[in-house]
Design a protein around this ligand. Structure first.
Ligand SMILES: *Cc1c(COP(=O)(O)O)cnc(C)c1O
Length: 397
């Protein structure tokens, strides 16, 4: 089979919900992937942040193999050893809290939405305020929470009780709060929204406002979490804690897992038995993988690597900005979650980079998103940036 044969099968049998590039990936190792024809690529956007440790990290692969030999799945009416240990690990590295496991980022945010609604039901409050250009998933509730019109169109009527305000604008947020508002949800770095970083001052004020009005603060760390920013979780750059945190993507190192972490400060038992569930949620296979992800990040010092390589990559991107000042407007982000805002659409650059063997992403039409694995090396960054330099050079000409 060739890539064009796979494409033909897709055209016939797979719903066309994605714009796919003509690339069929069949093998990966660290920051490298190979396509069906054997061509090698440097992957600077591994799995949309899922493969945070790079592709097929040996410890994650071994954990999956070992677990698969023992037990793949048990239902949640029994206890799972690895689920308990992973919950403990998440709480140890974030804040004192308890975890609900599900299978994706959208489900983690959906769980957060259900949690805050149930919490607010006693006082008749249900409204969640989210941010313009946010992204929280594609279920009906999470797409309504998502502050981008294009995801809403055609799916009306949308569930009630969501309101969007401009990101990083505290006054407007404060004024938007009404008697029905129970929570505020945000990403500390908007990923799909174009690598927009929340201001320090803003986040602290939002935390104080939630305390004052007895509202719950939800951080969606589905993309920012698990070390990508150089700390375990992006909120740790801000000196505040959320009431709820949603995780997914690189938590499983490549297998589907999501988690909602609830701060123990919330004393009420909100999601009592029978009020929320997930058949697969936190099963032995995926929680074994999650534990291996935590261990590998610690063992290999990957938080430090993410910080150091992030600084290095940023300095190289800033140099590119200087070189192509007519093309590149701004470089932003934290750690290995970086974006280049262009003065023109970026799709052509992404395509040209792919043809030269570098995988990157473009979001919000003009923002190139570069998020290498936390295991990335200086040499790989040099190689990737040489390709990007070439491509930008051709576009500038
Ligand atoms: C990817 C993403 C989601 C949705 O996760 P899925 O696993 O695709 O459902 C939610 N929030 C943020 C911030 C994301 O980046």
């Amino acid at each position: 089979m060739k890539t064009k044969d796979v494409e033909a099968l897709y055209q016939k049998f797979v719903l066309a919900t994605y714009n796919r590039s003509p690339l069929c990936l069949v093998k990966g190792k660290g920051s490298k992937v190979w396509d069906l024809e054997g061509k090698e690529y440097l992957d600077f956007f591994p799995g949309w942040a899922v493969s945070g440790l790079g592709h097929c990290h040996p410890d994650v692969v071994n954990a999956i193999k070992n677990q698969a030999r023992k037990l793949l799945h048990i239902p949640n009416n029994y206890y799972g050893l690895k689920q308990a240990q992973l919950a403990q690990k998440i709480a140890e590295k974030s804040f004192d809290g308890r975890v609900f496991f599900c299978n994706s980022g959208a489900e983690a945010m959906e769980s957060a939405i259900k949690f805050v609604r149930k919490f607010g039901s006693a006082s008749g409050r249900y409204e969640m305020i989210t941010m313009d250009r946010s992204f929280h998933g594609r279920t009906l509730a999470t797409l309504t929470a998502t502050g981008q019109e294009k995801f809403h169109k055609g799916f009306e009527p949308l569930p009630e009780g969501f309101k969007q305000v401009p990101f990083n604008d505290f006054e407007t947020l404060r004024q938007a709060i009404g008697p029905k508002t129970i929570s505020i949800a945000l990403e500390l770095i908007q990923g799909e929204g174009g690598i927009r970083v929340a201001d320090q001052d803003y986040v602290r004020k939002v935390r104080a406002l939630c305390d004052e009005r007895k509202m719950l603060l939800v951080f969606d760390e589905v993309q920012t979490g698990m070390g990508r920013t150089g700390k375990w979780f992006a909120y740790q750059h801000y000196g505040v804690e959320p009431d709820l945190m949603a995780l997914a993507k690189s938590l499983g190192g490549g297998v589907p897992i999501g988690a909602l972490v609830v701060n123990r400060k919330i004393k009420e038992e909100v999601l009592t038995p029978g009020t929320h569930a997930s058949t697969y949620g936190g099963n032995p296979l995926v929680t074994a993988a999650g534990l291996a992800v935590f261990k590998a990040i610690q063992k290999e010092g990957l938080l430090r690597n993410a910080e150091e390589m992030g600084d290095y990559l940023r300095s190289k991107l800033l140099a590119l900005q200087e070189k192509y000042s007519s093309l590149i407007q701004e470089v932003r982000g934290i750690g290995l979650m970086l974006g280049l805002e262009l003065n023109q659409p970026g799709v052509e650059i992404v395509t040209a980079a792919r043809e030269k063997g570098l995988l990157i992403n473009c979001t919000q039409d003009r923002v190139l998103r570069i998020m290498p694995a936390m295991t990335v090396t200086k040499r790989q960054i040099d190689r990737g940036l040489r390709i990007l330099d070439q491509v930008l050079g051709e576009v500038a000409r």
